[in-house]
Design a protein around this ligand. Sequence first.
Ligand code: SF4
Ligand code: MSK
Length: 639
Amino acid sequence: MKGNGKYPDKILERSIDPATQTMLLQAEQKGIPTVWDRFEAMQPQCGFGELGLCCRNCNMGPCRISPFVGEGPKQGVCGATADIIVARNLLRMIAAGAAAHSDHGRDIAHTLLLTAQGKASGYTIKDEVKLKALAAEYGIETDNERPIAEIAEEVARAAYTQFGQQEGSLQFTRRAPAKRLALWQQLGIEPRGIDREIVEIMHRTHMGVDNDPVNLILQGLRAALADGWGGSMIATELSDVLFGTPQPKQALANLGVLKKDEVNLIVHGHEPTLSEMIVAASQDPELLALAAKYGAKGITVAGICCTGNEVLVRHGIPIAGNFLQQELALITGAVEAMVVDVQCIFPSLGAVAGCFHTKLISTSPKAKFPGATHIEFHEERALEIAKEIVRTAVENFRFRKPGQVNIPDEKTEGMVGFSVEAILKALGGSLNPLLDAVKSGAIKGITGVVGCNNPKIRHDYGHIGLVKELIRRDILVVTTGCNAIACAKAGLLKPEAAGLAGAGLKGVCQALGVPPVLHMGSCVDISRILVACAAIANTLGVDISDLPVAGAAPEWMSEKAVSIGAYVVASGIYTVLGTVPPVLGGPEVTKLLTQGAEQVVGAKFAVEADPFKAADLIEQHINHKRVELGLPVAELVAA
Ligand code: SF4
Ligand code: MSK
């Protein structure tokens, strides 16, 4: 690729996002290495690792299996084959991903419990209707006479039990269509308790335990289901109860949301408990007065990654960027504090912050970082701690060096906050208008496009290429996580983006006044997509695997994404990945995931890095499902 006069090829090849390009140039000029430089320095990456063929599960190893025909060892020291090693490694990724989401869910249950007991500071129950609906699901008395706090305490305890449960089933799996549930039971993959399934993965993948790749993968699906229909769903539902169920609102996205003349505080990570309080504290008159004293016109809170998505969809707090922009946000020189909780936070941030006046503030006892100041967060003193953090940022404003400040101009407006409840409201209270549009072919199908960024793929190119191509083909897109942020930056969350959609989808969006890409929230909010699919399948009296729907993660990188992919496929949804998971060294495992799974759970994985070819795969799949449902099928739209 030729440079464009403004940026050299190297920068243009790294990202399609203009704000990111501006900051990459800044990084280079300032001599600050970023994730892309480290990725380049890491080349060539370990071929054994890429194929999933190395094992360190015991100290007879490390072992690595040669992928070459006739050459090198074909078994580990214990006799483990390539497929056994690949399956075990994949399962451990699922365990870590499911643990991360679920521990997040547990923390939200903890906050709800403390709130109900009057022990948490600053939190209230924001959605009593949802609380009562959840209580009813758990079989908890919701009599009108019953104090809300009492119901909330029982719901929090009921959610807690889902983690340590040893037998029985997870309550929210009851939301799945009866056919799906029966299939999980028949396959022996219905999750019993969230922690139990994760622990069982760690047991089974210990040296000398489960050495059947198929049996291993089935346990991976069970733990992943415990994430999607358990830990993640608990996180979403209880967050809605505590912080409010998202409703459509306008918000801004990209690094241009940072303000030259205000205190800028970035919240980054995944959990909404602290970021909610930071938002409240940033409006404190005393802190605003302090900011004014130091010459700042106000306090801007902006998000990165999913902690950002949580406050974006609930409060319209601007989002500064997605995963690969976290270092670049600091390189603007305009950030007084970056406050991090858990997940997706680069250990490099402290060093980058150290090049500026920026304070990196870690807050979770579970996640400390080099170069960070640790201000530990506890719900019991949430507002007080949030104020201390905001005060730290405000106090730091006077140390900002104006000569170092370079905020890119780009910020794009979009509509966010499409919870299932909000979608239903937009549809007039019933799924029927959506189903009618799907039945007529105006909307061919629905695809959830989610997941991270990954320097293996040009930043945002995989996301935006695929989403634009899908809406052009009349496929409605629902999105979460870093894809949602990419779409916001690219203007795809504006109702006017309907102009980029095919005629059918455009008509539906214009009639409803919604964009063709619906931002449903953070990574744990992929559980909202499961709930929507279950509701559609239940309304039509079919299984989720019968629906003209698909999933995609064009730039995924995290272990959480592996768990997500596994629960989405186990829920019956065909899923296309943009980066290759480390499984290709195991032919049996690869075949199972990309072919055999279809016969087992009614869905499978595909891997396609080219977003246009990925759109072809998805459209073909959706058309196939439409034929099976007896719905009209239009000709394939060429890429
Ligand atoms: Fe090697 Fe087997 Fe030990 Fe893995 S479990 S390190 S393959 S001996
Ligand atoms: S933040 S898990 S990089 S989507 Fe949820 Fe983005 Fe992936 Fe983290």
